[in-house]
Design a protein around this ligand. Sequence first.
Ligand SMILES: *Cc1c(COP(=O)(O)O)cnc(C)c1O
Length: 491
Amino acid sequence: MEIKQKKRPETIETAVYGSDRMLVEAPSDKIPQEPTAPEIAYRLVKDETYPQTQPHLNFATFVTTYMDEYATKLMNDAININYIDETEYPRIAKMCGKCINIVANLWNTPEKNPWKTGALAIGSSEACMLGGVAAWLRWKEKRKAAGKPFDKPNFVISSAFQVVWEKFAQLWQIEMRVVPLTSEKTTLDPQDALKLCDENTICVVPILGVTWTGLNDDVKGLNDALETYNAKTGYDIPIHVDAASGGFILPFLNPEEEWDFRLKWVLSISTSGHKFGLVYPGLGWVVWKDKKYLPGTMSFSVNYLGADITQVGLNFSRPAAQVLGQYYQFIRLGFKGYRDIQYNSMEVTRYAHERIGKMAPFVNYSPEVVNPLFIWSLKPEYDKKANWTLFDLQAKLQENGWMVPAYTLPDNLENIVVMRIVCRQGVSRDMIDMLLADIETAIDELEKLEYPTPTRLAQQRSQKINHKIFARTGHTGHVKQSVICKGTDCK
Ligand SMILES: *Cc1c(COP(=O)(O)O)cnc(C)c1O
């Protein structure tokens, strides 16, 4: 049916929902010829995204969904500042340098320079890339100097890598050597990692806060194994720690655990300021153990306000607001404040982990909770007779606004469907109780099903669950989920 418009011009008096604009299709191909009154444009955009913008109920994401009002005001006030304009805003560059110093010291940097060597990034993805590129260039320069070929670099990582490492491998054409995880070996096994190393290995990448499972790779074990290996082979293969989550958890909750620059072979570490650094999205940090580990070709020095700050990055223009947000959080919360928040997140996670573990259909993937997230699956014996899968549970929970992702584990474990909860700041005991009650209600309903759901049928049809099967069943929700799981949220 054609909707009839009255062809009235928009004036200051036009009511938002009485305007012609509200009767025409929203643009999806071409820019509209005419302007639209701001209140009307605002409502159009707002209404289009409204039902999907409840970040607080999003248990899939690691990324900050709550900051206090002062932080929000500071960041909103700085929304029009481009970080790269350092000549115009030198104090922001200096503030960034202070944040890098604070992060470097949280990770026990031995660097003596007053300005520690690190970089601001848009997230862990950019930070990981910078750490990886630095390792590659250091290796390349050394190989060149020794007159050896430098055309076949590789790096070693577990199969539970975050997608950024696949991008790193593809974009820089560096071979990714993957140590498969198994049901017995749920984190990177140092000896298995060494088996994949050779003279062309630029670095090994352990992960703290593995996105798929919430577990931590054993960085100390890897460091010690590399010590022996490097002494024996004469190589000097270093470690880049992808501490996207763990970088802001361990320093506060387990300061005595050695995973950082206290270890000899750890030369660089990256983290997401917007995950447990407690800043809204758009912030990552990478730090090198010393200036000498950052290849000169990647960095340039700037001298502002008497501060000699090193500048590194893939992006040029970028928002400055996140730097203000991070510095505010450091001052506002202090060490104790961060510790209290991370402690609460861990306690709420442990509580949820225990309650989930007691529900009849479920089994936790790991008895341990080492980061504020965990995964669980259906018990194998339950899985055999159930008419539903965790994908159905995900859809049921979504009816109440909860986003709790179900996904399949990486290669070798891809038959295991798991569900994950991340308890960020903002997830209280009360909220978890509400979620757990909804999970119990959903299970009751799912157990009443007389026939298998389409996702269960698909699972029965093929031992091997893969995303293509879900695509064929027409369950686009699940297909979408598998796509999300390739992104930063699930994987
Ligand atoms: C989230 C995450 C990334 C990517 O981080 P962004 O900050 O989203 O770019 C990389 N590695 C791990 C282990 C992660 O958890």
